[in-house]
Design a protein around this ligand. Structure first.
Ligand code: ATP
Ligand code: ZN
Ligand code: MG
Length: 302
């Protein structure tokens, strides 16, 4: 049995994660959620004074806006769509018959206007663009959402439905790159406060296909994405628990995020993988929070 499977099994045995029969789709216990709530308070403690506007979207987004985002160009393998039955009574009868004999009943499901949110910040850009020109001082948002990615895995840190807490900054190049740097510094401080050894390294997104290789190399060469890595299921391949993304003016241009003088805003987002951070804590400090080091408990629960 490999190490990954055994950590997942221990999480199931302890009840922290609850098996649903699907890899990457888990229930969470009260104790697991308590760690996530405590860590979110810690995040707020580090960023609350910045005055970010809090917005919460549900875990589904407007399909037309998702299409406009270009997600299907870059990550078609990860996307999840919501389909529904839209037929007549006659169609219903044949649907039930299909299910009864174990045939594929999903082939006649029709796409709805909703897709599953792939990253917490996706619904934000068109929302802010609709408000009109950005203030000269820029804008800062605090988001949290369940996100879907079709990447089933036995690695408990790679889930299909997981939560991302994000800060998103819009402004000038200098403004948003300073924002990103300040969260890299804070990320290191926060993880130190909860007793986790971390490194930050340059990274790239898993762009699809052969053309994607070039996009990934370009992203790396330009230092557009960094990750804060913590060993969870492997020390050779530590897990990305935060990411720090500079989009240049790509999202600004795509969505029409402009200043009053018509110039295009730059954007950056900083994402915390909340389940991954909780898993890193359970992995390093043990499966029972009552037995965690005093300093870690103090940082999380005061
Ligand atoms: P990875 O390289 O591990 O796939 P990513 O580059 O896809 O990570 P981002 O797209 O930057 O990650 O997402 C922001 C954060 O969300 C990540 O830093 C991570 O903490 C978390 N995250 C991403 N994918 C998953 C997943 N499948 N399960 C749990 N958390 C995830
Ligand atoms: Zn983002
Ligand atoms: Mg990924």
């Amino acid at each position: 049995m490999d190490i990954q499977t055994s950590f997942l099994d221990r999480l199931f045995e302890s009840g922290l994660l609850i098996d649903t029969g699907i890899d990457g789709l888990y229930g969470r216990s009260g104790q697991f959620e308590d760690v996530i709530s405590a860590f979110e308070r810690l995040i707020y403690g580090f960023g609350g004074a910045d005055g970010a506007e809090a917005i919460r979207f549900p875990p589904g987004m407007n399909r037309a806006l998702f299409e406009a985002s270009g997600y299907m160009k870059s990550f078609p393998q990860l996307a999840g769509t919501v389909h529904s039955f839209c037929g007549s009574e006659f169609d219903h009868t044949s649907l039930l018959k299909c299910m009864e004999v174990g045939e594929d009943w999903t082939k006649d499901q029709e796409a709805t206007d909703i897709v599953l949110t792939p990253a917490a910040c996706y619904p934000l850009y068109p929302t802010v663009a609709k408000r009109g020109p950005l203030p000269e001082s820029g804008a800062l948002f605090d988001l949290q959402s369940y996100c879907f990615r079709h990447e089933p895995s036995k690695d408990p840190a790679r889930q299909q439905l997981f939560r991302m807490r994000e800060y998103v900054c819009m402004g000038t190049k200098g403004h948003v790159t300073d924002f990103r740097q300040s969260w890299m510094d804070r990320g290191l401080e926060m993880m130190k406060a909860v007793g986790l050894d971390v490194v930050i390294d340059v990274a790239n997104d898993p762009f699809f296909g052969r053309a994607g290789k070039m996009l990934a190399n370009n992203q790396r060469d330009q230092n557009l994405k960094f990750e804060l890595l913590i060993p969870i299921t492997s020390s050779a391949n530590p897990t990305a628990c935060m990411s720090f993304n500079y989009h240049q003016d790509a999202f600004g241009a795509k969505w029409g995020l402009n200043f009053a003088d018509g110039s295009v805003a730059h954007t950056a987002c900083v994402a915390f993988g909340l389940e991954r951070i909780a898993l890193a804590l359970f992995h390093h400090h043990g499966l029972n929070t009552a037995e965690w080091p005093q300093s870690v408990r103090k940082a999380l629960w005061g």
